[in-house]
Design a protein around this ligand. Structure first.
Ligand code: BDP
Length: 627
């Protein structure tokens, strides 16, 4: 218990610190005035294995090169540190790990504003440069950055040190607990485990790219773009936030819109906020609605007269819902998608372009027209491809497993709001994002859940001026749920024939039909079956089908398909199989090296179910085609 208090006492103060809120977090793009350099590569790494997990702070590891504090090992950035080595204790490590590396900042950057930006560090991060703390951030999967001019040297080598802690507590998003066993007859001294309230491995480390970039001193801090359509015109309302000029100083901009080929298609605006009409605009469409011209992206070029230039991509599209339908650009849209995780072998959740590319090829092959970022925000580079290739995204916070009474505290809620704010800030200009999901399978059938999520949903509505629909993934029943009343589209996760009536595919149509009809009758909102799936080990066969075999997964899916087809023309606006590919979970008896509900293996190769899903989805491709 004493150990527990020490560990938590050290962590809790960080919970109140948030990065990024209210400030721009534009992706680091180069331009004729901006330079971006990556700090990706091999860093030095050391875990704080002390029993308190706190010795590194006592010994102030940030004050010198990590290699001078003890033995370091090489660790690739970006990657999760868990599966890189053969060390079991590092795979399952809970507490502080440390990274450092050297870097130079060019003398040519001396007059610029120099920024250090992390795409994602899971879960807590503290960052020092040359021994001085520059920032901290709580929450994985979202970017944070700060200006580093005052701490870097432009004439000597610099050192960046990062401390990362993956401890989850009842008020982190997602929540978790640390459990200590002090019975020394049964457990070694200091034994503790982290209990997760989620069905995926808590990969940790510096999981996305680290960038160093330079802008002019007066710079574009943020851009918000909202689009509407009038006849054949695209109406683009933008707002630019200035940075670095100080109050009252002049900040003059020249704003134009460029098409995909770089041609200017608008008049020039010199306002920080304006509305520009693009005649005969090319709209952003999901690839299945417009196979010949999916994902059309324009660019808003903002040129601060004193020098800074930023290119912000955006698409022109609208989304709205009725009681029975989902519309994109005022055309009915049916989501035939997948839920998915981001993890892969060895790198864990470390982002890489090869996997991003492969996953989109496989989605296209499957006929998938959209996906959900289960259950945390995905890499910005991945989201860029969704924009450009025309896939829709249900963009989700890491709010998974909010199920225990102490997960609903005011501190937890305010952190959840902050995380939603950071997600909005990062993804607000993405046409691919058609809905925000605030949570997965929370306790949504209690007064506590109702109050918490009512507040969070209202907060999210206030954030998004473009009024994207808001939702969450619900596993409660229509007659007990108390949160669906606040959302725009109802998403239900259902495992009929798997977690209930296992092996009995014959109950699926009956039970799912009854369920869907009741939800719609009660709430009169469009519905998506947002998770359904059966664990399947590739190569395992049995006829007639038996659970865990490839035959069972396909038999099971066919029953869902029949029900979907019955309600597709009524109020069902989407289906998302769980899931795209197998993924790793914590070690538990119902998981044989992870969750195997993928239609693809973790290596992204098809199971029999992938061929069945593909046949269905490709036949659905034409159902919402516009040309
Ligand atoms: C659902 C959860 C998802 C799990 C899935 C499963 O939302 O995170 O992975 O169950 O058990 O309830 O496969």
């Amino acid at each position: 218990m004493a150990g527990r208090c020490r560990l938590l006492r050290f962590l809790l103060p960080l919970v109140l610190w948030h990065g990024g809120l209210g400030k721009g977090i534009l992706y680091p793009r180069d331009s004729e005035s901006r330079v971006v350099k990556t700090l990706d590569g091999m860093w030095n790494f050391r875990a704080d294995n002390s029993s308190t997990r706190n010795q590194s702070f006592v010994d102030e590891w940030w004050t010198k090169p990590l290699s001078q504090t003890g033995d370091v090992i090489p660790m690739p950035v970006p990657s999760s540190y868990n599966d890189i080595t053969t060390d079991k204790s590092l795979r399952d490590f809970v507490g502080w790990v440390w990274y450092d590396r050297h870097f130079y900042v060019s003398k040519m950057w001396q007059d610029k504003r120099v920024m250090l930006r992390f795409g994602s560090v899971n879960y807590y991060a503290m960052v020092w440069i040359n021994g001085q703390q520059v920032m901290s951030h709580e929450g994985g999967h979202l970017p944070f950055e700060c200006e580093v001019n005052s701490v870097v040297s432009f004439s000597a080598v610099n050192r960046v040190t990062v401390a990362v802690n993956n401890t989850l507590t009842p008020i982190t998003i997602p929540p978790g607990t640390i459990h200590f066993d002090s019975d020394t007859k049964r457990y070694p001294a200091g034994y503790f485990v982290q209990n997760l309230q989620m069905d995926f491995f808590n990969y940790a480390g510096i999981q996305r790219s680290v960038h160093l970039y330079a802008t002019q001193q007066a710079y574009v801090d943020d851009i918000t773009i909202i689009t509407t359509i009038q006849g054949t015109n695209g109406v683009v309302s933008y707002s630019v936030t200035e940075g670095g000029t100080g109050q009252g100083s002049a900040f003059t901009v020249i704003v134009i819109i460029q098409d995909r080929d770089g041609n200017t298609v608008s008049s020039v605006s010199t306002r920080l906020q304006d509305t520009i009409v693009i005649p005969d605009a090319r709209l952003w469409w999901p690839w299945t609605m417009k196979p010949d011209d999916p994902g059309y992206m324009y660019t808003l070029r903002v040129n601060v007269v004193s020098g800074d230039v930023y290119y912000q991509p955006f698409g022109i599209r609208t989304v709205r819902v009725s009681n029975t339908q989902f519309f994109i650009n005022d055309q009915p849209f049916y989501l035939h998608g997948v839920g998915r995780h981001e993890d892969v072998e060895i790198r864990g959740r470390g982002s890489d372009d090869a996997t991003i590319a492969r996953d989109f090829y496989m989605k296209k092959w499957l006929g998938v027209n959209g996906f959900r970022t289960a259950v945390y925000p995905f890499a910005e580079e991945l989201m860029d491809q969704a924009d450009r290739q025309g896939f829709v995204v249900v963009d989700e916070t890491p709010g998974v497993g909010i199920t225990q009474p102490d997960n609903f505290s005011p501190v937890g809620l305010s952190h959840h709001k902050a995380v939603m704010g950071e997600l909005y800030q990062r993804d607000k200009n993405r046409p691919s994002v058609i809905m925000w999901s605030i949570a997965n399978e929370p306790t949504s059938n209690t007064a506590q859940g109702e109050a918490y999520f009512k507040d969070l949903i209202a907060h999210t509505r206030d954030l998004d001026e473009s009024k994207r629909p808001i939702t969450f993934f619900c596993n409660k029943d229509y007659d007990t749920d108390r949160v669906a009343q606040f959302v725009d589209v109802i998403l239900i996760n259902r495992y009929l024939g798997w977690y209930s009536d296992v092996g009995h595919t014959e109950v699926i149509q009956l039970q799912l039909s009854d369920d869907l009809e009741n939800w719609h009758a009660k709430f009169n909102k469009p519905l998506v079956v947002s998770e359904y799936g059966a664990d399947t080990l590739p190569g395992l066969h049995r006829e007639p089908s038996f659970i865990f075999t490839e035959e069972y997964q396909t038999d099971f899916m066919k029953e869902y398909f029949r029900t979907f087809d019955k309600y597709r023309s009524q109020f069902l606006v989407g289906e998302m199989i769980w899931c795209f590919a197998d993924f790793i979970t914590a070690q538990q008896l119902n998981r044989v090296v992870g969750n195997h509900k993928g239609v693809l293996t973790r290596e992204r190769q098809p199971k029999a179910s992938a061929h069945l899903l593909r046949e269905r989805y490709l036949s659905l491709v034409n159902s919402t085609r516009t040309n």
